[in-house]
Write a protein that binds this ligand. Sequence first.
Ligand code: AMP
Length: 252
Amino acid sequence: MSKLRVLVPIKRVIDFAIKPRINKAGTGIDTKGVKFSMNPFCDIALEESLRLKEADKVDSIHAVSIGPTKAQDILRIALAKGADNATLVDVGDETVEPLAVAKILKKIVEKEDSNIVILGKQAIDDDANQTGQMLAGLLNWPQATNASKVVVNGDEVEVTREVDGGSDTLKAKLPLIVTTDLRLNEPRYASLPNVMKAKKKPLTKLKPADLDVDIAGRLETLKVEEPPKRQAGIMVSSVDELVQKLKDAGAV
Ligand code: AMP
């Protein structure tokens, strides 16, 4: 029975705790001096892989990031948490759309002989929610998206998915794509000794051309806007006044 050879794609994104500022041209987020971290859903995907490894279901965990040279910092964190090895596909300052990411991931799946890809359901910077689905299409593998529970039995995987007002449980044979939802698990922190040890773990650096993938964009961002400012609230002194105000506003 084959154990899991897990590929975990990890995106470097603006830290979730930071309020993004729009750049002067209104075409994207101003990234100057901003803290970057591992995309939270990718952290959850990594944590699930580590838990499966601790349950002796995993042969190897390979972390991969497609991004600037600095993305190796988050790969080092993934290695410190317990990934066995990693690949950085260095795209410099280029923005890479989900289809190009999926094409690169397909090449890495083939290179690493992965039989499961566990990735975030979405990256919190662009909120695309596309990469896992596109990768499943390119590989012609089954996919279980938005996982809130993953159970592995030999080469069969049961995935419970969060759906409106309930849950949906699917079963599929390996190879498989799983995308992770927020409530799947709570990721661990990397300890300092492990961060030091991770410096010695293998990290391969590639360029998209090494994988023969064209990352040219197909989309043009026309405009990025802040949400409308919220109106200031008012204080009312009684329920009658509240009802009257709601009637005046046409809300009841
Ligand atoms: P998205 O489809 O962009 O919302 O991203 C969904 C998931 O795909 C992320 O949580 C990552 O696991 C993976 N992913 C997307 N972009 C990248 C990237 N540049 N490098 C590595 N993984 C990525």
